[in-house]
Design a protein around this ligand. Structure first.
Ligand code: PLP
Length: 418
């Protein structure tokens, strides 16, 4: 006993006696991420600073998370106020903030009921569970299968990586659960052929963002919707990345004039606070009964204060509309500067979720841009993905485009010299 507490006082941890193992890595983290050699320590609006005082124009927004920019004032104030009141209570109690946030979401979307969780994968898990349970408990059928699309991305849990239509996220994780099938996007015959008596739902993104910024064609989505109605399937739309104003509407499916049975949201929902939600139609409500699904941290007072402030800010400041306008401006600037450049194969996207498909891998461009104080991310090897915050200004867009043009010219000039 005595020895042990002495070791602890000396900073010694359990079985290693406080010393690093021979050959142990410098980091105590699992190496799940290939990290850039930058440590960001502060953010405000469209800008972030690293620990050396360098300033960066942020066109990745934590991967479509900080849609209102870094540290938005109203959200910050609400979060600080809530910190003084109550952080967490169990869902065994009524949580007024949860009712309020849910009502804001249902009042401004086609959904009637909300389940709060903590991430995109969890929101999709909830959607998959709700779809199965609706068919099995309400409809009394054995339907369970979810059809998704190749190049889709739905998360990293065992079920959501199985739903994801990309083999790379599945490697080494066998066996995968049964009940998922992927067909190519925009291949209607393949989709029809995949539907069976076991099919419960079709799950789709309006823009395959991780998969290379590919937008769903309106005629295809209409046909998917019709197939769902014809066969009694639920239509699940994954709005984890496209939601919260990103594409120029509060949710991307609003562009298409269809109403999903279920849709999921996470990334932009909490302005950087981890929170997700699964939303569904009235007739799905009875599928979930007390005890059928739960999350310890789902919808705590702290996260709900942030969600409410985020949605209110988006509505008050007409943020989706601004994203549509500045997105249009960004596309026009890119077309004007790079539209005919041989390195650029296509410029596409919706609102402020924009992809620039290039002739070669763009990993080096990411690093070159960082050196110039500009941050963006890729979507697959050849696609530059631009995700500025939705309140980004035109001068900031001009600055971003000018850096991008410079590094593409330098990159291609260097390449042609070899
Ligand atoms: C990021 C993302 C997810 C996963 O969200 P996590 O919060 O990382 O679990 C799911 N679907 C889409 C479309 C995403 O972009």
């Amino acid at each position: 006993m005595g020895n042990r507490s002495e070791a602890q006082l000396n900073g010694g941890a359990g079985c290693k006696g406080g010393a690093l193992n021979e050959g142990a890595s410098e980091s105590s983290l699992f190496p799940t991420y290939a990290r850039y050699p930058i440590s960001l320590v502060k953010g405000e609006g469209s800008w972030v600073w690293d620990d050396k005082g360098n300033k960066y124009l942020d066109f990745m927004s934590g991967l479509a998370v900080t849609n209102l920019g870094h540290a938005p004032q109203k959200v910050k104030e609400k979060l600080k106020a809530q910190l003084d009141e109550l952080w967490h209570v169990s869902n065994l109690f009524h949580i007024p903030g949860q009712e309020q946030a849910a009502r804001l979401l249902t009042a401004n979307t086609c959904a009637d009921a909300v389940f709060f969780c903590n991430s995109g994968a969890e929101a999709n898990e909830a959607a998959i569970k709700l779809a199965r349970r609706y068919h099995q408990k309400v409809k009394g059928t054995g339907r369970y299968e979810i059809i998704t699309f190749t190049q889709s991305f739905h998360g990293r849990t065992i079920a959501t990586l199985t739903a994801t239509g990309q083999d790379k996220v599945k490697e080494g994780f066998l066996p995968l659960p049964a009940g998922f099938k992927s067909v190519p996007l925009h291949d209607l015959p393949a989709l029809e052929a995949a539907i069976s008596k076991d099919t419960a739902a079709i799950m789709i993104e309006m823009v395959q963002a991780e998969g290379g910024v590919h937008t769903v064609q309106p005629e295809f989505l209409k046909a998917v919707d019709q197939l769902c109605r014809k066969h009694g399937l639920l239509l699940i739309i994954d709005e984890v990345q496209t939601g919260m104003g990103r594409t120029g509407k509060l949710f991307a499916h609003e562009h298409y004039g269809i109403e999903p049975d279920i849709f999921t949201v996470a990334k932009g929902l909490g302005s950087g606070f981890p929170v997700g939600a699964m939303l569904g139609k009235e007739y799905l409500r009875e599928a979930f009964t007390a005890g059928s699904h739960a999350s310890t941290f789902g919808g705590t007072p702290l996260s709900m204060a942030v969600v409410t402030a985020t949605i209110e800010s988006m509505l008050e400041e007409q943020v989706p509309q601004r994203a549509a306008e500045t997105g249009q401006y960004l596309i026009e600037r890119l077309e004007a500067e790079l539209g005919t450049h041989p390195f650029v194969k296509a410029i596409r996207g919706m609102g402020l979720l924009i992809g620039i498909e290039c002739a070669d891998p763009v990993g080096e461009l990411v690093l070159a841009a960082q050196q110039r104080g500009f941050l963006f991310v890729t979507a697959g090897p050849n696609v530059i993905r631009l995700l500025p915050n939705l309140l980004v200004t035109k001068p900031e867009i001009d600055q971003a485009v000018s850096i991008l043009v410079q590094i593409i010219h330098e990159h291609t000039a260097a390449g042609s010299m070899i």
